[in-house]
Design a protein around this ligand. Structure first.
Ligand code: NZQ
Ligand code: ZN
Length: 386
């Protein structure tokens, strides 16, 4: 097992009918800003419940965070916080609202003149020391943002991963009933995103991390078990509860501690969202199968383990078992209504080279767990994914 630090200070409050407890976790007399997205929380009554739960506080609101949050919107929110001396932020929504809030929390304490510089540090911590404290109420299980220190912010030049230890929420409310109103497409995206978060920390090379492997396989098998069911039975509480907890556990450090990680599918996928505005989860589904085929020698041992332990594939030679496992993965995504070929989206074959150009301009030229997924390899992956 590799060396690692595990640090995760987020207080999770899980379960139904618990929003009234939010007030107990926010400092007394705080001026609280509620940040939300395009309005789903108002349409479905979550906003009113939260306002009621916070009746003893002075409340402000900032809506309009876009899916794949835009830097300029976040800057407006940060300036609003400065103008109104906000002490605490409550993010209510999906990964985009949570990610935006993370960036806003440091931007609101930033007094330089280059807000953009805060999103250009990749996976090294943003060089800041202060953030407005924030908590979250999650309405879409997918990103794991509710219990991790990552954010993804977009501007006109691309989509950027931003990291800071200050980005751990103080608390996150995970109420599966708040997800009942999700459109099927978002549920499917969330299942695929969760699945691929685990895959990118699991299908690498073995380091004898037995618990992390079993935990990863546990999440993958749970998603396979409940995926279709929760998609078609949105108000089955237990199915949603299992999905929600899987999404959180997939990217909060537990399965990724002490193991190699490969974020290539995410980094390539981000370029498709930036250029073609394709939903995050879908970009992953169209890259991953081809990437696994391309990298099957590098990932052989773990692919065979995945085939056997997640899909029960034990027949055939190594190549056949690996191909069967990749095929099962595609079938699973397709069964949720998520296509797995780039040509299923409105992307022209000749536009694939633009993705390669973008990867290069963003410095994504040596991806994967071994740093040898170069641009020519990425090009082959995309061609075969078309
Ligand atoms: O904006 P509103 O009106 O709330 O509508 C949203 C949005 O249109 C809607 N929605 C959310 N909860 C709902 C609901 N509609 C009905 N009922 C509900 N309960 O769903 C739409 C999509 O929301 P969004 O937050 O964009 O989706 P998701 O949670 O998938 O987040 C995607 C973003 O997270 C980033 C992605 O790159 C993308 O920008 N990621 C963040 C990560 C992290 N912080 O660790 C890791 C991920 O790999 C990912 O990159
Ligand atoms: Zn993701």
């Amino acid at each position: 097992m590799l060396n690692f630090n595990f640090y995760n200070p987020t207080h999770v409050v899980f379960g139904k009918d618990r929003l009234s407890e939010i007030a107990t976790l926010i400092p007394e007399n705080a001026k609280v800003l509620i940040i939300y997205g395009g309005g789903s929380i108002k349409k479905f009554g979550t906003f009113d419940k939260i306002v009621k739960a916070l009746e003893s506080f002075e409340i402000f609101e900032f809506g309009g965070i876009e899916p794949n949050p835009q830097l300029q919107t976040c800057i407006k929110a940060a300036e609003y916080i400065k103008e109104n001396n906000i002490d605490f932020i409550l993010a209510v929504g999906g990964g985009s609202v949570l990610d935006a809030t993370k960036y806003i929390s440091i931007a609101a304490k930033y007094y330089g003149n280059d807000y953009k510089s805060l999103i250009k540090h990749g996976f090294t911590p943003v060089p800041v020391t202060e953030a407005v404290p924030f908590g979250t109420v999650l309405t879409l299980p997918a990103t794991g943002s509710e219990m991790n220190a990552f954010s993804v912010i977009s501007d006109e030049t691309g989509k950027y991963a931003v990291y800071s230890p200050l980005f751990f929420p103080k608390f996150s409310f995970l109420d599966p009933t708040l997800t009942y109103t999700l459109p099927k497409k978002q549920v499917a995206n969330g299942i695929v995103d969760t699945f691929i978060h685990v895959v990118e920390q699991y299908i690498t090379f073995p380091v004898d991390a037995k618990f992390q492997d079993r935990a990863a396989e546990g999440i993958l098998q749970t998603l396979v078990e409940i995926g279709d069911y929760t998609l078609n039975n949105p108000e089955d509480y237990d199915a949603r509860a299992n999905f929600m907890w899987c999404a959180t556990m997939a990217l909060n450090g537990v399965v990724g501690s002490g193991v190699p990680q490969d974020w290539s599918t995410h980094m390539i996928g981000h370029e498709f969202t930036a250029k073609f505005d394709i939903d995050h989860g879908r970009t992953l589904a169209m890259v991953l199968p081809s990437l696994l085929r391309e990298r099957k020698e590098n990932k052989k041992a773990k692919l065979l383990q995945y085939a056997e332990r997640v899909w029960g594939i034990t027949e055939g030679n190594a190549d056949e078992r690996i191909e069967a496992a990749i095929q099962q993965t595609e079938n699973f995504f397709n069964s949720l209504g998520v296509p797995t070929k780039i040509s299923d989206y409105s992307v022209k074959k000749e536009e694939l080279k633009d993705i390669i150009t973008q990867l290069e301009s963003h410095g994504m030229v040596a991806l994967s767990e071994t740093g040898d997924l170069t641009l020519d390899v990425a090009e082959r992956i995309l061609e075969n994914a078309y």
